[in-house]
Design a binder for this molecule. Structure first.
Ligand code: FA5
Length: 342
């Protein structure tokens, strides 16, 4: 045992790297190591009980010494290696394959949102956000929708026990923006909205909208149409024909549904536009004077337009996504089809 101890200490002394130290460990303490086999290869029948006890005690001491010496040597080697990266690099096997790092992808809604933000910032619009947990006042009352108004039923609402709600539309940010910035004002508000809806291929209970608001002197429907046309031709990279139909929303007067001529069939009629040649795209209108008043805007001087674009649906159209449920699915195979984040 004394010989083995001397030999072990000499070998450990020579081992410089963590790898070499580990090789010594295996040689002495591994399953077939010298120290491990010592007990197995000894014929105990020839020993007296006292000799057996003595043997066991010395073997345990040797094992403990070997283990602690290896631990100490390993720690010292690791510290040396950390302090000398050049030496580590010199010993590195550069032919080993590297570890692959996969980048996350940008969600299709985020892609469209970023594109729209660029377009609108180019036209002098600010990008604002508002709270998802909202006061009834901003989501309904300040938008000219009093408690008994039937329009509240158009948007089934998640109410919270404290009287607040999950905003049902980004229009909730309109009066907040007017209060904060006054007129003139050009802003868009992208954001997540919530409605207590049955989910199907085109309806989610959690979806994104992008609201636009412009308040200035002499704003008319002509300004609204011009901005909508500029927006659509930038998104779809071609001239888009639009039409306005009357639409009802208590916070605009007059209110419209803006339709775009179907981009797939050019207006002839196809399955996407359900044969009509038009796709219902953006609800919009001139801001109701009462809403401007709630926002403390001087209605004798200023007027405005607003629109509420369905960002989730727009992303579906732009990328040909057939089912809205894919958007919140968390399915990596779906997300991986979109550009990686850099
Ligand atoms: C509104 O939410 C109005 N606040 C829009 C508005 C703003 C009108 C400003 C006038 C002035 P509407 O409920 O139609 O309107 O929703 C607007 C868009 O949000 C829809 O066209 C649709 O694209 C999208 N949207 C509505 N509900 C869902 C849903 N459950 N799943 C996915 N998208 C939805």
């Amino acid at each position: 045992m004394d010989d083995i101890r001397e030999q072990f200490l000499a070998e450990l002394n020579k081992a410089a790297s963590a790898k070499e130290i580990d090789e010594v460990r295996v040689r002495y303490l591994g399953r077939k190591g010298v120290i491990t086999l010592l007990a197995k290869n000894t014929d105990f029948s020839k020993l007296t009980p006292e000799q057996k006890r003595d043997f066991g005690r010395r073997l345990n001491e040797l094992k403990a010494l070997a283990e602690s010496e290896i631990g100490r040597a390993l720690e010292a080697a690791k510290a040396r290696e950390a302090a000398a990266p050049a030496a580590v690099l010199a010993n590195l096997d550069r032919t080993l394959p590297g570890t692959g790092h996969s980048l996350g992808c940008i969600h299709p809604i985020a892609l469209v949102q970023m594109e729209l933000e660029d377009i609108f910032q180019g036209m002098g619009f600010m990008v604002l956000t508002g709270p998802e947990v909202e006061k009834e006042y901003y989501n309904f009352d300040a938008l000219n929708i009093p408690p008994d108004h039937p329009a509240r039923d158009m948007q089934d609402t998640y109410w919270l026990t404290n009287g607040m709600l999950l905003r049902t539309h980004t229009s909730a940010i309109q009066v907040r923006a007017m209060e904060r910035f006054g007129a003139p004002l050009r802003a868009i508000f992208p954001g997540r909205c919530f409605r207590y809806e049955a989910i199907d291929a085109s309806h989610e209970n959690t979806f994104y909208q992008l609201e636009g608001l412009m308040v200035d002197e002499g704003i008319s429907v002509a300004n609204l149409i011009a901005v909508m046309k500029a927006l659509l031709s930038e998104i779809f990279h071609r001239e888009v024909t639009v039409r306005l139909r009357p639409g009802f929303f208590p916070f605009v007067e007059p209110g419209f549904e803006l339709d775009a001529q179907c981009l797939l069939c050019g207006g002839k009629g196809c399955s996407t536009c359900k044969g009509s040649g038009w796709i219902e795209l953006i609800p919009c209108g001139l801001v109701h004077p009462r809403v401007l008043e709630f926002g403390r805007i001087d209605t004798s001087k200023y007027s405005g337009f607003a629109f509420g674009l369905g960002l989730t649906r727009l992303a579906m159209m732009k990328f040909g996504i057939p089912d809205i449920r894919l958007m919140n699915s968390g399915d990596i195979r779906f997300y991986e089809q979109f550009p990686a984040a850099v």
